[in-house]
Design a protein. Structure first.
Length: 433
């Protein structure tokens, strides 16, 4: 093993994704200490939470040196887009400490929708037809909208906390929102707006671990973004996830690898973009053919909470393969069980919501994994601190069984304003595996 046999790991992030990572990392015999910055009430059960601002790279460096950290794992996209990998690589004191995540150049796949679409175009990767516009050619944007059929898809070019994509049925409203985006609706993220054709189909998330040369396909998942039952109401960060996805069979996944994953990895190499980490490919299955909706440069949330419990091999060994470009030697093993994640949110989410609500019933479940997303500790009391509060994951022999177990567990958990969807995975139950 090239990593130390007594590894100190720093995991960056504070959501349900990071709790799922922390839970899995802590299982490795190679890990001596696990630190999570800043973490939440759930990650505190897996390691030690540390109060660090993830945008303060100097503070991250100081902590790494003081605590003899051997490996840094980046959960969210923002530090990657801001260049934390480059920061480590350019500093002699920490350059030999592996960071799991792409360089800032690689992170542009998520940090700039315009860059991502142009990258796909350059490398022949199937995606929706598009054009990008800014304030100076707003009229051209209006004209392009008039060439498309409803619904209209508008995407802020930059990071907008998962809220920068609008799908609009009316042409007049699409023009109005295009102007609003360019006038600051999503801040600087909307200075450039990508307008693309709407793809009709069913979504799927594919996760790729890569060392920049070889890659491993992790368990796929499908998430549910709308707040309301039956996929109604506004988009959220995610109300649940299912893995595996019944329609992502061998034939479909072969297409995904051949037309999307391999050209993406080869494209990064051809453009000399250093990439060691995860690529989350948001796909649309359009009549059996996969198209890329978007790239993300980290694992998804809440999909990670469904994916990690299905991975039975050692995650630290995967990170070692990524760090030292030996991922082809890593044997990924996956449980055939179905994982169902149901998210509990705060009343009012994705709009305004109150924090600080005491949570009870977290210790009662023996059949589900309860990943904390928006929680904090007040003394010994766990309280709500975010819109998405908990992600409850269960494994079962079918979607119905796994979802049923998660819902049973959720009924034993209580906090003021608790809300969840009871229909996660229902749309997949008619698919034959």
């Amino acid at each position: 093993m090239k990593f130390s046999s007594s590894l100190n790991v720093l995991l960056l992030g504070s959501g349900g994704r990071e709790h799922a990572f922390a839970w899995k990392i802590a299982q490795s015999k190679a890990v001596a200490k696990l630190f999570i910055a800043p973490g939440n009430a759930g990650t505190a059960l897996c390691g030690t939470n540390v109060d660090i601002n993830l945008s303060n790279f100097a503070a991250v460096k100081q902590f790494v040196l003081t605590n003899h950290v051997n490996l840094v794992v980046v959960g969210p996209e923002e530090p990657l887009v801001k260049g934390i990998v480059d920061f480590f690589r350019e500093d002699d004191a920490i350059r030999n400490i592996p960071v799991i995540g792409p360089s800032a150049a690689g992170a542009r796949l998520e940090g700039s929708k315009d860059f991502a679409k142009a990258f796909m175009s350059r490398h022949g990767i199937p995606t929706a037809a598009y054009r990008s516009f800014s304030k100076k050619n707003l009229d051209e944007g209006y004209a392009f909208l008039e060439t498309l059929k409803a619904p209209y898809v508008l995407k802020a070019d930059g990071l907008a906390a998962g809220k920068g994509v609008l799908i609009i049925d009316s042409l007049d409203e699409a023009k109005k929102q295009l102007k609003a985006m360019m006038e600051g609706k999503f801040g600087a993220a909307g200075n450039t707006v990508v307008i693309e054709e709407f793809l009709s189909g069913i979504e799927c998330s594919v996760f790729v671990a890569t060392d920049g040369h070889s890659f491993k396909i992790l368990p796929e998942a499908k998430d549910y973004k709308r707040i309301g039952e039956g996929d109604t109401g506004p988009n959220t960060g995610g109300m649940g996830a299912i893995s595996p996805v019944p329609f992502a069979d061998e034939a479909f996944m072969t297409q995904v690898v051949d037309t999307i994953v391999r050209p993406t990895i080869e494209g990064l190499k051809a453009e000399k973009i250093d990439y060691k980490g995860f690529i989350f490919i948001g796909l649309m299955n359009v009549q059996g053919k996969p198209y890329v909706i978007e790239y993300n440069v980290r694992m998804g949330d809440p999909e990670t909470e469904a994916v990690m419990p299905r991975i039975t091999s050692d995650l630290i060994e995967m990170f070692e393969g990524i760090a030292y470009r030996e991922l082809d030697k890593y044997e990924l093993t996956v449980s055939p069980k179905t994982a169902a994640t149901v998210v509990c949110v705060s009343e009012g989410y994705p709009g305004a919501y109150e924090k600080g609500k005491p949570i009870s019933g977290l210790e009662t479940s023996t059949q589900s994994l309860i990943f904390h997303a928006g929680t904090a500790l007040q003394g010994k009391q766990t309280v709500t601190s975010g819109g998405r509060v908990l992600a409850v994951t269960s494994l079962g022999d079918s979607i119905a069984q796994a979802v049923g177990t998660s819902l049973e567990t959720i009924r034993d958990i209580d906090y003021a304003g608790k809300y969840f969807r009871s229909d996660i995975g229902q749309d997949l139950m008619h698919w034959k595996k």
